[in-house]
Design a protein around this ligand. Structure first.
Ligand SMILES: Cc1cc2nc3c(=O)[nH]c(=O)nc-3n(C[C@H](O)[C@H](O)[C@H](O)COP(=O)(O)OP(=O)(O)OC[C@H]3O[C@@H](n4cnc5c(N)ncnc54)[C@H](O)[C@@H]3O)c2cc1C
Length: 540
């Protein structure tokens, strides 16, 4: 029998991110991963801006930028009938090297295939002495005993049964989560958007063997509509084909991967080797609850979504960042159990919203109006190709260009944030307007010393003061009284002051605004009570 404050089940991106977040905060944890940490078949490849912001906080952004992806490879999107077939349209996007961070963030997104991304996260987690990361350990069952959880797992190498007692357990065990099943929590939403198939291939020198130019993704349209795509994996020889499929399960016995790859290439002259093929189900599902007692769900265990938009893993990493500071608060004695209830209240609506936006992207991709003449020779074929290309470029925009969703998700109704009476701004997927309205990610701006405002946030609360004469001691005293970590930061910069719009802004450890005003409330201790979760009433 061993003891650990937090037991994380699953060492994929969500589990590793939570281990890093806890390690970074000095909270000991144990990760159980049934595999050996290697990824044979990369699914994810796009690391969106919010995940890169967390990576910057953890000090590992450069590891992801320098993961080995060919950063000179251009990340355009090409719509075509096949690699050797007709070009229908293209969206121009720069390479990772040529890309600049958007003005609203200190970081830019990056391509990093999962076979490199998972090990980067796992290595970062292992660098904390407080993180015990166990391979070949499979959770078999658990029992929530009210004041602790008792987990039973199997060391699959030795056959030994290991029992672990923990304060809190987090199921980061993926879409087929056994933790979720044992808790009896249902997934709500759409269980099938399509039955899809991935084919992971090696095609040496492919980029030089066609006339479509470099692209992150080639989307194939044929008479009948969009049917497959080819996605860059390492920017060199590795690629992934995804067959979009439909709501009918594929007959895997009749499935001929070689023939599918040839159809995508549109020629027999391109050589390739099939590394692996896996069937998967595209869904839009959110767990009915993210918490039951002392057990939580995060990542794909809590929500699954169409990969159109590249939001799946990033949504799980954001779960980890939200839950991490709350577990830290409660284990260090300054948070209340209400903080843990607020995890579901904050994260569940965001997961459902991002899953819905991803499903919308999928519908947009597959809603080609009429592509029956797309292969025809002559003016009617040309007109069809033009119409399909124009439609795809319009329809695909939110898939490639979603900063409003990546950085603009907000905890508007959080019981940990105090509304300031300003109207709720619309959430525009494409266009991200930074706001310091409570419930929002605190805006990025560059400080005189070269840091981002985001670099100010992290281990505790940050009270930003834009006018040094405004009294703040009652809030600082109230925080001290409850052992709530709070740092006062004076900022004498008019541009940043106008971006934050109030003289005082209280930012949570996860970089979200909890409260703002031009002066402290008369009852400063009650503000501290709110942000440490004392007034949260569970809905579960
Ligand atoms: C084709 C495709 C492309 C995608 N592209 C992107 C993208 O570009 N960007 C993006 O953000 N997302 C993308 N996604 C989504 C992304 O892959 C997932 O959201 C992400 O992998 C989920 O991470 P996770 O850690 O929650 O779960 P997983 O990656 O599934 O990891 C779960 C881990 O738990 C372990 N485990 C399970 N049960 C147990 C047990 N009982 N005991 C111990 N260990 C256990 C498993 O071995 C596994 O390692 C894509 C998905 C698909 C299908």
């Amino acid at each position: 029998m061993t003891d650990t404050p937090v037991l994380i089940v699953g060492g994929g991106p969500a589990g590793s991110a939570l281990a890093i977040e806890l390690g970074w905060r000095g909270v000991p944890c144990t990760v159980l991963e049934q595999g050996d940490g290697t990824v044979d078949h990369p699914r994810l490849g796009i690391i969106l801006s919010r995940t890169m912001e967390f990576a910057r906080r953890w000090g590992i952004a450069d590891r992801i930028y320098n993961c080995g992806f060919n950063n000179d490879y251009e990340l355009n999107v090409v719509y075509c009938t096949s690699m050797a077939g007709h070009l229908l349209g293209r969206d121009e996007n720069p390479s990772c090297n040529a890309m600049q961070p958007p003005p609203q963030s200190p970081v830019k997104r990056q391509r990093c295939p999962q076979m490199w991304f998972n090990p980067i996260l796992e290595k970062a987690a292992r660098e904390y002495d407080t993180v015990d990361f166990k391979h070949f350990h499979r959770l078999e069952s658990f029992e929530d005993r009210g004041d602790h959880v008792l987990a039973t797992c199997l060391n699959t190498q030795t056959g030994e049964t290991v029992r672990i007692r923990t304060q809190y357990m987090v199921g980061c065990d993926g879409a087929a989560s056994g933790v979720r099943s044992q808790l009896g929590i249902d997934m709500l939403g759409k269980p099938v958007l399509s039955y899809s198939m991935n084919i992971f291939i090696r095609a040496p020198g492919l980029a030089a063997l066609h006339d479509k130019g470099e692209a992150e993704r080639y989307i194939f349209v044929r008479p009948g509509g969009t049917w497959a795509n080819l996605t860059v994996v390492d920017g060199r020889d590795l690629w992934r084909i995804t067959i979009i499929g439909n709501e009918t399960m594929m007959n895997l016995e009749e499935f001929d991967a070689q023939s599918v790859v040839r159809q995508c290439m549109g020629t027999d002259d391109i050589e390739f080797e099939i590394i692996s093929s896996i069937p998967w189900r595209r869904t839009e599902l959110t767990a009915e609850h993210f918490r039951k007692g002392r057990v939580f769900l995060a990542g794909d265990a809590a929500h699954t979504m169409s990969p159109t938009g590249g939001h799946g893993m990033s949504t799980g990493v954001a779960d980890a960042a939200d839950l991490g500071w709350k577990l830290d608060a409660i284990l260090n004695g300054w948070g209340t159990d209400g903080l843990l209830d607020a995890y579901e209240i904050e994260r569940r609506p965001i997961a459902a919203m991002v899953a819905a936006a991803s499903a919308e992207n999928f519908r947009a991709w597959t809603s080609v109006p009429d592509s029956d003449r797309v292969l025809d020779v002559g003016p009617e074929g040309d007109a069809c190709r033009r119409a399909v290309g124009e439609h795809m470029k319009r329809a695909g925009r939110a898939d490639w260009d979603s900063l409003g969703l990546q950085l603009g998700y907000r905890y508007d109704d959080s019981p940990l944030c105090v509304a300031d009476g300003t109207p709720v701004p619309p959430l525009d997927v494409l266009d991200y307007q930074q706001t310091a309205r409570p419930g929002s990610r605190a805006p990025h701006a560059w400080l005189e010393d070269g840091r981002s405002t985001l670099d100010l946030f992290g281990r505790g609360f940050t009270l930003m003061r834009f006018c040094s004469t405004v009294p703040v001691s009652p809030l600082i005293d109230a925080a001290q009284e409850q052992n709530v970590p709070l740092t006062l930061v004076d900022i004498a910069n008019e541009d940043i002051a106008s971006l934050y719009e109030r003289k005082l802004v209280l930012v949570r450890p996860d970089g979200f605004v909890a409260w703002r005003d031009d002066a402290l409330p008369t009852d400063a201790p009650s503000l501290i009570e709110i942000v440490r979760g004392a007034h949260v009433h569970a809905t579960a």
